[in-house]
Ligand binder design. Structure first.
Ligand SMILES: [Zn+2]
Ligand SMILES: [Zn+2]
Length: 148
């Protein structure tokens, strides 16, 4: 689906900013924070302000175009909810968060552990976050240590 098609299907106003945000999320596989999205678009020459971007992401979230994933760092990240799998980032896979560079990755195709909930409870989603250093940051850390 193209950004235009997604906006049309959800009955949302088709603006340049909305199309740009959707193209970025279509292109990236991993959840991006508000700041990461802002920086990517700003460096691509898009004129935008943080409040408008925040509203755009909230509108996408309400329309269930994106899923929000919250890290242990308190930052909310957004990922496109894929029409093909319908899983988005809630309930179906764990995430890895690098505490140094803040990059989050979806660990797709990996099952979440089964959890027994209190009798009568209704589960609406599951989240599992694994955190530490990503490959790049772990490699840099080793170089830094060698230099010291
Ligand atoms: Zn995910
Ligand atoms: Zn990292």
């Amino acid at each position: 689906m193209t950004p235009q098609e997604i906006l049309r299907e959800k009955g949302l106003k088709n603006t340049e900013l909305r199309r740009r945000v959707l193209s970025l999320l279509l292109e990236k596989q991993d959840p991006l924070s508000h700041v990461e999205i802002f920086e990517e678009l700003a460096s691509a020459g898009q004129a935008l302000d943080r409040v408008t971007l925040y509203r755009t992401l909230s509108a996408f979230s309400e329309a269930r175009i994106v899923h929000k994933v919250q890290g242990t760092d308190g930052t909310v990240r957004f990922r496109l909810l894929r029409a093909s799998s319908g899983d988005g980032c809630l309930g179906n896979h764990p995430h890895f968060l690098c505490r140094k560079c803040g990059r989050m990755s979806c660990l797709l195709e990996q099952p979440l552990p089964r959890v027994d909930v209190p009798a009568g409870s209704v589960v609406e989603g599951k989240q599992l976050l694994v955190f530490g250093l990503c490959g790049d940051c772990a490699a840099n850390k080793k170089t830094e240590e060698t230099v010291l």
